[in-house]
Design a protein around this ligand. Structure first.
Ligand code: ZN
Length: 79
């Protein structure tokens, strides 16, 4: 594991880019997502949502060490 060297999604722009990739992955999980930081293929996405109360995803990239979570505000969800 990346541990203390884990990279984070530091800006809102990067969080939004990562969320777009999560959405694409949800549409077609057979297509691997690219890392929003280093653009390497093989972004790992884990859905930890407890619907309908919260929606969040753990995203990790074995290439650059990205290890962060994306929390989706409930107002941003599409029914
Ligand atoms: Zn990466």
């Amino acid at each position: 594991m990346a541990g203390d060297n884990a990279k984070k999604l530091l800006t809102q722009d990067i969080v939004r880019a990562a969320l777009r990739r999560v959405r694409r992955w949800q549409d077609d999980p057979s297509k691997p997502a690219d890392c929003p930081l280093c653009e390497a293929p093989g972004l790992q996405i884990a859905d930890h949502s407890t619907r309908p109360y919260s929606e969040w995803y753990l995203v990790t990239c074995p290439h650059c060490g990205l290890d962060d979570r994306i929390q989706v505000p409930s107002a941003a969800r599409n029914p």
